[in-house]
Structure formats: structure tokens, C-alpha cells
Design a protein around this ligand. Structure first.
Ligand code: HEC
Ligand code: HEC
Ligand code: HEC
Ligand code: HEC
Length: 160
């Protein structure tokens, strides 16, 4: 192969890589406002929450790692827009909140705090609530007039 043809080949590879990267980026595009109506729920009991993903990042300046973490729960602080990101449901797999019955059973069996929490976190709505509400409570402590909702009805709009 002569030098110019190697150059052309490299260019072709470069262009191909460019387009592959382009498509995988598009696959992880995220809406500025996410309608939180995950398909794993057969029905939602509560009104659908509109989560302002972009505002949380840009206006409220909250780092990705405050909400996204890896399979060990370690914060993904270095995420960038366009990176592959797993939805919460991929790990917090059970739709809904933990059943009251199960909580009662665990209390009766006196399971450890750690085990109790781990069980709770298997449930999608528990993981989501803990993430959103814990932060909002902290925000409210510092600023009682905050718009960050901490009560059911302020977050889940009323349904008829
Ligand atoms: C305040 C919490 C929060 C912050 C901060 C945040 N995210 Fe998210 N992000 C979420 C939630 C919640 C979802 C919805 C996940 C779901 O539906 O399971 C989501 C979804 C996504 C998705 C779509 C995932 C999918 O299921 O297709 C991407 C991509 C993403 N976020 C990237 C980022 C990046 C990059 C940053 C930082 C620049 C960031 N997020 C910051 C909470 C957050
Ligand atoms: C790749 C798997 C995975 C994904 C995706 C994931 N989590 Fe987790 N999450 C975990 C694991 C594992 C733990 C437990 C970590 C531990 O025991 O300290 C955890 C713990 C948590 C906790 C408890 C944190 C604490 O300090 O105790 C919350 C809240 C939570 N996740 C919410 C979310 C939310 C919200 C999303 C989506 C934006 C999400 N998780 C996505 C695996 C995941
Ligand atoms: C690490 C902190 C943090 C986390 C996590 C977080 N928020 Fe917020 N949230 C804020 C702050 C800060 C504000 C704006 C407060 C203000 O301006 O008074 C806010 C405001 C809001 C508002 C009202 C204003 C708006 O932008 O719509 C909603 C609704 C909201 N958050 C939903 C959520 C949901 C749903 C989640 C979980 C998926 C979540 N937040 C997770 C910090 C957080
Ligand atoms: C900070 C906002 C926020 C607050 C406050 C909040 N939730 Fe949620 N809740 C969510 C989000 C986001 C989801 C995830 C829905 C999805 O992804 O499909 C959810 C899911 C749920 C679900 C499972 C989905 C459904 O509709 O059946 C139930 C039940 C629920 N919440 C009840 C409550 C109750 C009861 C309260 C008050 C004690 C409450 N929530 C407070 C944001 C909130």
C-alpha cells in the first residue's frame, strides 16, 4: 500500500467511527422535562410527575452523580450528556412502593436496618422517592420558600 492510500483508509475509519459515535449518542438523548410514567407500571395510582431534568442540571446546578450511580451505588460524577446512562428501573426493578405487609413482616422478624433498606430499594418508587425527597427536604431546610416539593400532592398532580 502506498502512503496516500493508507491515509484515505484512515480517513474512512475515522468517518465510520464518527457516525457510530453519533448514533449511540442519539440513543441516550434525554428529554429536558421527563414525564415520569415508566412503562413497567401497568397503571399509575398517582398523577404523573414532570421532572425538569435539564433545569436540575443547569439551573439548580446539581451534578449527575447526585442521582446517577453505578451497579455498586457509587456516584457517576463524571457523566456527560451523550454517555450511556441506565434508567433507575434497570436496578431498582420492582414497580411501585414496598408493600406495607412486607414492611410489617420485616419489622416482626427484626431484620437489620441494612437489610430493611436494601429490600426497600428493590422497589422503583422507594428509590426514586428517597433520591428526590431527601434532597428536597435538605433544600427546604435552608430555604423554606423553595419550590422543591416534599409532599405527595405537590409532586404528583391531582388526577380526577
Ligand atoms: C436530580 C437528579 C438527576 C440529575 C442531577 C441528573 N439526572 Fe439524568 N436522570 C434522572 C432521572 C430520574 C432520570 C429518569 C430515569 C428513568 O426514567 O429511569 C434520568 C435520565 C437520564 C438519561 C436517560 C436514561 C434513559 O433511561 O434513557 C440520561 C442520558 C441522563 N439522565 C443523563 C444525565 C447526565 C449526563 C447528567 C449530568 C449532566 C444527569 N443525567 C443529571 C435524574 C437526574
Ligand atoms: C446499575 C444499577 C443501578 C442504577 C441504574 C441505579 N441504581 Fe440506585 N442503587 C444501586 C445500588 C447497588 C444501590 C445500593 C448502594 C449501597 O448499598 O450503598 C443503590 C442505592 C440507591 C439509593 C440509596 C442511596 C443511599 O445513599 O443509601 C437511592 C436513593 C437510589 N439508589 C436511587 C436511584 C435512582 C433515582 C436511580 C436513577 C436515576 C438509580 N438509583 C439508578 C444500583 C443502581
Ligand atoms: C440533589 C438535590 C435534588 C434532587 C436529587 C432532586 N431535586 Fe428537585 N429540586 C431541587 C432544587 C434545588 C429545586 C429548586 C428549588 C428552588 O428553586 O426553590 C428543585 C425543584 C423541583 C421541582 C419544582 C421546580 C421544577 O423544576 O419543576 C420539582 C417538580 C422537582 N424538583 C422534582 C424532582 C424529582 C421528581 C426528583 C427525583 C427524580 C428531584 N426533583 C430530585 C433539588 C433536587
Ligand atoms: C419529589 C416528587 C415526589 C414526591 C414528593 C412524591 N412522589 Fe411519588 N413518585 C415520584 C416519581 C418521580 C415517581 C416515579 C414514577 C415513574 O417513574 O413512573 C413516583 C412514584 C410513585 C408511585 C408509584 C407509581 C404510581 O403512580 O402508582 C406511588 C404509588 C407514589 N409515587 C406515591 C407517592 C406518595 C403516597 C407520596 C407522598 C407520601 C409521594 N409519592 C411523594 C415523585 C414524587
Amino acid at each position: 500500500m502506498t502512503k496516500p492510500s493508507i491515509f484515505v483508509l484512515m480517513m474512512a475509519v475515522g468517518v465510520a467511527l464518527f457516525f457510530t459515535a453519533g448514533t449511540s449518542g442519539a440513543a441516550t438523548k434525554v428529554d429536558d422535562v421527563i414525564k415520569m410514567d415508566h412503562k413497567a407500571y401497568s397503571a399509575h395510582k398517582k398523577g404523573i410527575v414532570e421532572f425538569s431534568h435539564k433545569k436540575h442540571n443547569e439551573e439548580y446546578k446539581i451534578g449527575c452523580g447526585e442521582c446517577h450511580h453505578d451497579a455498586n451505588g457509587k456516584p457517576l460524577n463524571n457523566l456527560k450528556m451523550g454517555d450511556d446512562v441506565k434508567g433507575c428501573m434497570e436496578c431498582h426493578k420492582i414497580p411501585g412502593q414496598i408493600p406495607g405487609e412486607l414492611k410489617k413482616e420485616m419489622r416482626e422478624k427484626k431484620v437489620s436496618k441494612k437489610e430493611f433498606k436494601a429490600k426497600e430499594l428493590e422497589y422503583h418508587a422507594e428509590a426514586i422517592h428517597e433520591n428526590c425527597i431527601a434532597c428536597h427536604k435538605a433544600v427546604k431546610k435552608k430555604n423554606p420558600d423553595t419550590t422543591a416539593p416534599t409532599t405527595c400532592a405537590k409532586c404528583h398532580p391531582k388526577t380526577k
